[in-house]
Structure formats: structure tokens, C-alpha cells
Design a protein around this ligand. Structure first.
Ligand code: SF4
Length: 198
């Protein structure tokens, strides 16, 4: 099995879908290569595309703060996205782009081997669970998946663009991070359930 660095190097020149044309760089993922906790967002935005790191800027700061609240350091988690290149104008990724990029995500999950995966928003949740779900319905729940636990929650950007600190979404995000903390504290679930694309 190759290393995460080798996979990232190969991904950096990927041209499997049209998103290769508009990107500054491939944003493969950052953080620990053997993290227990992995976050999967939708795709790189403007600043992520420029800096080559997922979840920078205001959304990244909110993610950092939520991690602090549950006593987890950002450098100890893995952070990536469903598509590794920025969709133009931050539009939603298209189905063929998600499919083209899925092998990169699948490999990254396999190499990092996290116990808990947090999917941020509809696209990440649907990509991992492989079914059309609404984030507002499934957020905060635990889904067994390939020997791991998947917990969907709202993407930080949705809080920033929505009601902000006093919103019900922010309250839900805080509750979901407590669920993440609890899942991390538990022993790995023995039962495996095959769901999703991978
Ligand atoms: S989005 Fe994924 S599949 Fe498309 S070019 Fe970038 S790395 Fe390749």
C-alpha cells in the first residue's frame, strides 16, 4: 500500500474531471496521516484553492473553535473534501465530478483509517452514505460504515451564512460536536455495515 504522501503527489496532477481546468492547485487534505477523526467537506473555496489547504478563512476558524470546545487539536484530525479542486464560483460539484473524485477520497480514507468520519453538509454525507439524505434530518446521528462511525453535521459555512452564533444551526453544530466527542471516546464498533459508494 502506498503512503498518503505518494497518493497526494499523484493527485496533484489529476485531470480526471473538468475542475482541473479552473483550479490553482489540488487541495488533497491536511492534518494527521493516522487520525482517529476525519472531516469531509464539499470542496475547496476561494482561499482553500489559493492556499492549498481545506477549511481556511472564517469557516476554518469556526471549525477550529468547535474542535477546541471538544478538546481536539486541528493537527490531530484529517480534513479533506468530496472534490479536491475548486468548483468555479463555488458552485455545487456535479455528479460526474463527484464520481471522478471519489477514488481519491476512498483511498485517503483507507490510508488514514479514521474511526470517526464527520461529513459536513449534504454532498459529503450523500457521497459517503451513498443515498439522498437531507443534512437537517440526519445531522448528529451515527451511521456505521465499513467499521467506522459516520456523523453528519452542518458545514461551518452554512452557520456563517445563516443565522450565525445565536442560530439554531449553531446550537445543533455544538450538540453534534459533543456527539463526535462521545463517539471518539468509545471503543470501535464491532459490527460493520456496507453502505455508500465505496
Ligand atoms: S476534482 Fe478530483 S477528479 Fe477532478 S481533477 Fe480535481 S482531483 Fe481530479
Amino acid at each position: 500500500m502506498r503512503t498518503l504522501q505518494e497518493a497526494a503527489l499523484e493527485a496533484s496532477t489529476c485531470t480526471r474531471c473538468r475542475l482541473a481546468k479552473g483550479r490553482t492547485q489540488v487541495v488533497y487534505g491536511t492534518g494527521s496521516s493516522d487520525a482517529d477523526l476525519m472531516f469531509i467537506g464539499e470542496g475547496p473555496g476561494y482561499y482553500e484553492d489559493k492556499q492549498g489547504e481545506p477549511f481556511v478563512g472564517a469557516a476554518g476558524q469556526l471549525l477550529n473553535r468547535m474542535l477546541e470546545e471538544i478538546g481536539v487539536r486541528r493537527e490531530d484530525v484529517r480534513i479533506t473534501n468530496t472534490v479536491l479542486c475548486r468548483p468555479p464560483g463555488n458552485r455545487d460539484p456535479l455528479p460526474d465530478e463527484l464520481n471522478a473524485c471519489a477514488p481519491w477520497l476512498e483511498e485517503q480514507i483507507r490510508l488514514v483509517d479514521p474511526r470517526v468520519i464527520v461529513t459536513l453538509g449534504n454532498f459529503a454525507t450523500r457521497t459517503v452514505l451513498g443515498r439522498a439524505v437531507s443534512i437537517s434530518r440526519v445531522r448528529g446521528q451515527r451511521f456505521p460504515w465499513q467499521g467506522r462511525t459516520v456523523i453528519p453535521t452542518f458545514p461551518p459555512a452554512a452557520i456563517l451564512h445563516g443565522g450565525g452564533e445565536s442560530s439554531s444551526q449553531m446550537t445543533a453544530l455544538r450538540a453534534d460536536f459533543q456527539e463526535i466527542k462521545a463517539a471518539l471516546a468509545e471503543a470501535p464498533a464491532p459490527a460493520e455495515q456496507q453502505l455508500g459508494l465505496f
